[in-house]
Structure formats: structure tokens, C-alpha cells
Design a protein. Structure first.
Lengths: 325, 478
């Protein structure tokens, strides 16, 4: 298994190079280093020398993909693309265009993001699976039909509606929780409770339907009939057999997401004023700060690939038939 | 008057052609005809399909654009209908208009000064006014247009009830005509003359369509449309926004944006997913490796960031090429087109992976191996043996994607990478109205309208796609 993980990690390298290539091409189409220098130095009179020195300071003075002045391997090595990519691979994200240390920023802003994403994810997962099991217990009844209709309705409402409606009701009208903001430690709970609850509720519709269909598919299998024929009760079959066997398809969808929880939620964080990575990203997009966007894209891709590897490993834990090779 | 062909107009009519072609090929194949009858036999799916087609009609009406160059007969007509000279003069000023703009021209023209609530006769907030003696007072100023037909001492509610009855009767009338035509067809088809000169119905063959649901849905929709149309001649039915624009008009104009993003994105992504997915699964080897690398790479970039990057690039390209378009409508349209392309380019990976896996499976089957041994070329095998087995996957993916894309538009507009701010869209409406919730008393109608229009569309799409999935997915068909 160790060899398998090493190989998967090596496969990740060309993918990450591809990711970097895409972000580079897209962003330097928008923003040449000269534009960035001019934007950062301000609208005051900027001389070509000032721009040149800014570019040297920030390492933007090399050509993009091919250095015509150097020879041999150097002509590819001495380029912005290779230099910047190498730095990214050592997780050295450098400075943002406004002069802040991106790595330090990310480390600091990761925790508020996790403080929202992790509870939302765990409580949401448990609620969805529990509700789905309950519905499968009552499959084919009116309760099943009605719940599924409600689930479709929940799914069809824009997430923005839940946020706005909850803010108006709970914060503005009833003053139960503050409308936005963030604090460290236990103080922060009152800020986090609303976004977490909204996140869970908005996910219930799609989640419940998905888990229900997984469990229903399991219910049609032969081993369930055997178990029932042996005299096991519906509940025992459901919790003893179906839940365990349903884990495999559930893992496919769930484990990939876990590492990307670090990235935070763009919408939630900016609506509730939480200084996490999501709002960091939005600010960077609006300010066209290439350094940060590049770092976030790279980080996101790394986390996604880790998620894929984790998924494979989790298979071996739940299904002894799966062998990694 | 001359017709203007915006890029998205051309694409949407192209899509209509594709849809007509799809319907024809469904009618020709016995099996798919049976499947589609099965889909529409479900009352929920039927009602959803009718709602979706109403949205589509609005989007199509809004996709025929023309430009008024000089005083034309239609603007003169519009002025006699409205009894207002103002309408005519404004239309004469030119600008690109759609058929929908003409139908709802009274909404476009009758703007107020600022916020007003639905069915209000006065403005939402007080403003300072001076009377003849120079006394300063805080007053709710009367609206320029909304409710100004009311005589003194008539209540809005009484007028509302009276005015609502007219569209109610009207939609009954329309429905009666439809029912008459329907029964006439049934009569022609199934009635026979018996020996004693009377007519008798043959048993109408299975499958029965849920006609009750059809008539009920049609009645609701006809009533809703005619009610909005008729009452909007006298009131701002859904209120007005900050600069006094009618909210109903904005919501209706947003239908086109939402429907187009949902439909055209699939038109962009489908060829990519099809070609790449099938070739990866069929040719295997290095083709498979390259395509897998391509979609894993694209997939690993967080979606919003990729879209945001694409949109930023687009903004710069549009900014650098001001000569590509001659009017603001064309610029907004170009932006919508680019957004659709960007969404298409970022969303083909899921379907591609699905098609690849399925093609891998199908190309192992005996009949494909037999075709290969006989010497049938790869393209013929793909066309005759593989494609028909993928159709259900493609259809299910397309209907599933639609609702997600409509919802995504709102979120993207909020992040600031959505459609042009001048384009009417639910996302833009929500984005602009979001801050007004802090106002006291609350301005809720913009948000309410945007969310309701969006919810109806997405709900119908979700319910319809559920049914499509149940019928077409062979794993589920039991």
C-alpha cells in the first residue's frame, strides 16, 4: 500500500504542473507583470525604472515560458513559470501583490474556515444519513413521498435565500445571534452557529435523497432478502447490513470533500464576515491579486488529489475485496 | 425597424432546431416514444414540463430582438393601446428591444422615483415636501403611475378584487377553447356513428395522459400570466426598486438569462464530453491517458476559482476590444455568451468521466467484438453500437445540470463573476436587493420576486429530471 501511495503522489506532479499552467496562462492574459507593477505602485507617475525594479523585487522580471537569452535547459528553467512553480511545490507561496506573506495568511485564516466547515460537514453527514435511514424504514409510505417532496423543495431554493432569510429572522428581527463577525475560541460560537445551521439545512435536501437512493439500492440485493428470511427485523437489517454495505458508495462522494474543507466556503464566509480562506479568495478575485489566487488554486488542487488518494485508502478499510496495487 | 441578431439569440434558436430534431427522432423510434409517453404519464412530470415550456416561451419571446430606427407603425400602435404618447416617444429613441419588451412596454416605461411596495399608491419612504405656505413636512409622496387610476375613496383591495376577476374569467375562456378543440379531436378520432344515428365513443386506448393535471396547470399558468399582465397596467404588482424600475419587469426579463445559462451551457459542454469521453473509452491507450489527465487537471481546480479566472480574462478581452460591439446590449450579450462558454468548458468533466466508464463497459460486449471482427470501422461502431447505449446517460446528465446552472448564476453574480451588471438576471436582482434588507421598514419584494421566479423554474426542472431519471435509467427501471 505504501508503494501505491508513493506512485499516486508521483502521478500528482504532472497534474499540478498542468494546474499551474492553466492558472498562469489565464492570469498573464489578464495581467501582464507591467500592469501589476503599475497597479501596485499606484496611479502616481510611474517611470519604467520603477516598474522594472518592482518586477525584479517580486520576481516578475523573467519571461513567461521560454527564456530566449539563456541556452539549453536554462532557457526553460530561467522563466517565471518554472521558478514560481518550483516555489509552489515547496509550499512557499511567497508574497501577495500587496506585500503580505501568503503562507502566514493561509495558516492564520485556515482555522476560522475549519470552524465553519468541519461542524457543517460532520453534523450534516450524520443528520443526512440518519434521516435517510429513517425514510428507508418507511419506504413506500406517504411519509416517504412527502419527505421526498420536501427534499426536492429544499434543493430547489437558492442557498442565498437561506442565508438572507436566516439573517433577517434570527439576527435582525429576533436578535438571537449577531449578524456577522468572528471571535476566537468559545466566544466565536455565537457567530458560527447560524452559518453552520444554514449549511446543514441547505444540504439536507440533496444529501437525504442521495443517501436514500444508495440505501434503497442495497435493500434490493439478495443478502437483504436472505437476512429477512432468516427472521431479522427491518431495523437490524438496516443498521447491521445495509448501513455497512452502503458505506462504499458513500465514501466515494464524502472522502474527497474532507481535505477541501480547509478551503472554506466563499459565500458563507463573505456573508457572515468570517475571516477565513473563502473570503480571502473572494477578496483576491476582486482585487485581481494573482499571488493569492495562484496559491489558493494550487492548494485546492493538492487537497483534491489528497482526497482522491484518501478515498482509495478508505475503500480498503471498508471492503476487504479491494486491494490497492 | 430592423431585426438584430445577438449571439445568444442565434444560439438559442439553434438549440430550438436541435430540440425539434430530437423530438422527431424520438417519435420515429418506437422504444423511445414509449419511454417518453411513460415520462409524461406522471402528473408531476407533466405539470413540470408545462411550467418549463412557459418559461421557455418567455425566453424565446425575449430572444427576438429588433431595433427601431424611425417612427414605425408598431410604436404608433403601442401608443394607442396604452393611450399614452410617452410610450411611443420612448420607443422611437431607438435601442435594441425584444418582443417581450413590446408586450410589457408599459412596465418598462412607467418607472417611479424610488422604492414602492407591491400595489402601493404612495412611495415607500417619506420625503420632505413644502406646501404653499412654505411649511416643511414629511410626506409619503403619491406614485406617478401605480394606482393612480383610483378614484377617491376607493380602496386598493376592492379594486384589486374587481380587477382580478377579469383575468380569472379570461383564463377560463381560453381553457374552454382548448378543451373544445381537444374534445373535437377526440371526437374525430374515437367516435363512431352507431346504427341508430347516434355517436358512441370507442374506448380510448392506453396509455392515458394525465389530462386533469394538464388542464389544472394550464389554468393556473394562464391565470398567473394574464393576472400579472392585466394588473400591471394599473399597479406595480411586485413593487419598484431603488431607481423606480418595475420589479415584475426585471423578473420577467431575467427569465431569458436563467433559461439560457441552463440550456446553452449544456449545448457547449455536450460535444466536448461526448467526443472526449467516447474516444477515451473506445480507443484506450495513450488517448485515454491524455484525456484522463485533462479532466483530472481541470477537475482538481476549485470550480469557482476557475470560473472566476475565466471571467476576469473575458472582462479584459472585452475591455480591450471595444469595436466588437456597437451597443451596450451587444456588450452585455457578448459577456453572457462568454460566461456560457466558460461554464461549459468547466463543467464537461463529470459527464465525460461517466461516458468514458460506460463506453469502456460497452466496448467489451460481444456484439461490439463481433462488429470489430467483421471489419466495421471504429466510427461506425461508435455511431451504431455505442452511442445508442449512452443516450439515457446524456439525457439524464443534461436535465440534472439545468437546475444547478440556474442556481449557480445567482451565486456567481454575488461573487462578482456573473453576467453583466446591466443584464437583467435573478442573481443581479438578489445582489442589488441584498443590502436593502437592512432598511427599516424592510424592502423585501425584489428578493421575494427573484427567489420565487427562480424557485418555480428550478423546482419544475428538478421534478421533471427526477421522472426522466426514473424512466430512462435502466438500473432504476424495475
Amino acid at each position: 500500500m505504501f508503494a501505491y501511495i508513493i506512485r499516486r503522489l508521483l502521478f500528482a506532479v504532472p497534474i499540478l504542473i498542468g494546474v499551474n499552467f492553466i492558472t498562469f496562462t489565464l492570469f498573464f492574459m489578464v495581467n501582464t507583470p507591467d500592469d501589476m507593477a503599475r497597479a501596485q505602485l499606484g496611479a502616481k507617475q510611474t517611470t519604467p525604472e520603477m516598474i522594472q525594479s518592482w518586477k525584479v523585487d517580486h520576481g516578475y522580471d523573467k519571461p513567461l515560458f521560454f527564456n530566449g537569452q539563456a541556452s539549453g535547459l536554462e532557457s526553460i528553467q530561467q522563466t517565471l513559470f518554472v521558478q514560481e512553480s518550483l516555489k509552489l511545490f515547496t509550499f512557499d507561496f511567497g508574497q501577495s501583490d500587496s506585500g503580505r506573506q501568503i503562507t502566514a495568511d493561509i495558516q492564520e485564516r485556515m482555522w476560522p474556515s475549519l470552524a465553519i466547515a468541519l461542524p457543517t460537514f460532520i453534523i450534516g453527514l450524520v443528520t443526512n444519513i440518519a434521516l435517510a435511514l429513517l425514510i428507508v424504514l418507511f419506504r413506500g409510505s406517504t411519509l416517504d413521498t412527502v419527505t421526498m417532496m420536501v427534499a426536492v423543495a429544499i434543493m430547489s431554493i437558492s442557498g442565498l435565500f437561506y442565508i438572507i432569510a436566516a439573517q433577517v429572522l434570527f439576527s435582525k428581527t429576533w436578535h438571537w445571534v449577531p449578524i456577522s463577525g468572528y471571535a476566537e475560541g468559545w466566544e466565536g460560537v455565537k457567530f458560527l452557529i447560524l452559518p453552520v445551521l444554514i449549511g446543514i439545512f441547505a444540504g439536507i435536501g440533496a444529501g437525504m435523497r442521495w443517501y436514500r437512493s444508495i440505501f434503497l439500492e442495497e435493500m434490493n440485493k439478495d443478502y437483504v432478502r436472505t437476512a429477512r428470511a432468516k427472521g431479522l427485523s427491518d431495523i437490524k437489517v438496516l443498521f447491521g447490513h445495509v448501513l455497512h454495505n452502503g458505506m462504499l458508495p458513500i465514501l466515494t462522494g464524502v472522502v474527497v470533500v474532507i481535505p477541501t474543507l480547509f478551503m472554506g466556503s466563499l459565500i458563507m464566509e463573505s456573508f457572515f464576515g468570517i475571516p477565513g480562506l473563502g473570503s480571502y479568495t473572494i477578496d483576491a478575485i476582486n482585487a485581481q491579486d494573482f499571488g493569492i489566487v495562484k496559491a489558493m488554486v494550487f492548494l485546492g488542487s493538492v487537497l483534491y488529489i489528497i482526497g482522491l488518494i484518501l478515498t482509495d485508502i478508505s475503500y480498503t478499510m471498508f471492503d476487504p475485496r479491494v486491494k490497492l496495487s | 425597424m430592423s431585426f438584430v441578431f445577438l449571439w445568444t439569440d442565434i444560439m438559442v434558436w439553434l438549440l430550438v432546431l436541435v430540440l425539434i430534431g430530437a423530438v422527431r427522432s424520438i417519435r420515429q423510434s418506437k422504444q423511445s416514444r414509449k419511454q417518453w409517453t411513460q415520462i409524461f404519464q406522471s402528473p408531476v412530470a407533466m405539470a413540470s414540463a408545462i411550467i418549463l415550456s412557459f418559461y421557455l416561451v418567455f425566453a424565446l419571446l425575449d430572444s427576438i430582438h429588433f431595433e427601431f430606427t424611425q417612427n414605425s407603425s408598431i410604436s404608433a400602435q403601442a401608443s394607442t393601446i396604452e393611450g399614452q404618447v410617452k410610450t411611443a416617444t420612448n420607443i422611437e429613441q431607438g435601442g435594441v428591444l425584444s418582443v417581450l419588451d413590446l408586450i410589457f412596454s408599459h412596465l418598462k416605461e412607467n418607472t417611479e422615483r424610488t422604492y414602492s411596495a407591491p400595489f402601493a399608491t404612495h412611495e415607500h419612504s417619506t420625503s420632505i415636501s413644502y406646501d404653499e405656505d412654505g411649511n416643511v413636512s414629511q410626506q409619503y409622496l403619491p406614485l406617478k403611475f401605480g394606482g393612480q387610476h383610483l378614484k377617491e375613496n376607493t380602496k386598493v383591495f376592492d379594486d384589486f378584487m374587481v380587477k382580478s376577476s377579469i383575468p380569472f374569467l379570461f383564463s377560463f375562456f381560453i381553457l374552454a377553447i382548448i378543451a373544445f378543440i381537444h374534445s373535437w379531436f377526440n371526437f374525430k378520432k374515437y367516435a363512431i356513428k352507431t346504427l341508430d344515428g347516434l355517436y358512441e365513443y370507442l374506448p380510448i386506448p392506453e396509455p392515458h395522459m394525465p389530462w386533469k393535471t394538464v388542464y389544472f396547470t394550464l389554468f393556473i399558468l394562464f391565470f398567473a400570466v394574464s393576472w400579472f399582465y392585466y394588473l400591471s397596467q394599473y399597479y406595480h404588482v411586485l413593487g419598484t426598486d431603488k431607481v423606480g424600475q418595475d420589479v415584475l419587469y426585471q423578473s420577467i426579463k431575467s427569465i431569458r438569462t436563467g433559461v439560457l445559462i441552463g440550456l446553452l451551457t449544456t449545448l457547449v459542454m455536450l460535444p466536448l464530453a461526448l467526443i472526449l469521453g467516447i474516444s477515451a473509452g473506445y480507443f484506450k491507450g495513450w488517448v485515454d491517458d491524455v484525456i484522463q489527465y485533462l479532466y483530472t487537471t481541470l477537475n482538481s481546480i476549485p470550480g469557482v476559482l476557475l470560473i472566476a479566472a475565466g471571467v476576469l480574462v473575458m472582462q479584459v478581452i472585452i475591455g480591450n476590444n471595444p469595436d466588437w460591439f456597437s451597443s451596450t446590449e451587444e456588450r452585455a450579450d457578448l459577456r453572457l455568451l462568454f460566461l456560457i462558454f466558460i461554464l461549459g468548458l468547466t463543467s464537461w468533466t463529470g459527464l465525460c468521466r461517466l461516458l468514458r466508464a460506460e463506453t469502456l463497459k460497452i466496448s467489451q460486449v460481444e456484439y461490439v467484438a463481433a462488429a470489430k471482427t467483421v471489419g466495421v470501422g471504429p466510427f461506425k461502431i461508435i455511431k451504431n453500437h455505442i452511442m445508442p447505449n449512452l443516450m439515457h446517460l446524456i439525457l439524464i446528465a443534461l436535465v440534472l445540470d439545468f437546475s444547478g446552472l440556474v442556481l449557480a448564476e445567482a451565486v456567481l453574480s454575488y461573487v462578482g463573476v456573473g453576467v453583466d451588471p446591466t443584464t437583467a438576471s435573478w442573481g443581479n436582482m438578489i445582489n442589488q436587493a441584498r443590502l436593502e434588507m437592512a432598511r427599516e421598514p424592510m424592502v423585501w419584494w425584489s428578493l421575494f420576486s427573484a427567489f420565487t421566479f427562480m424557485f418555480t423554474l428550478v423546482l419544475a426542472a428538478n421534478l421533471f429530471s427526477d421522472r426522466v431519471q426514473v424512466v430512462l435509467d435502466p438500473r432504476r427501471a424495475k
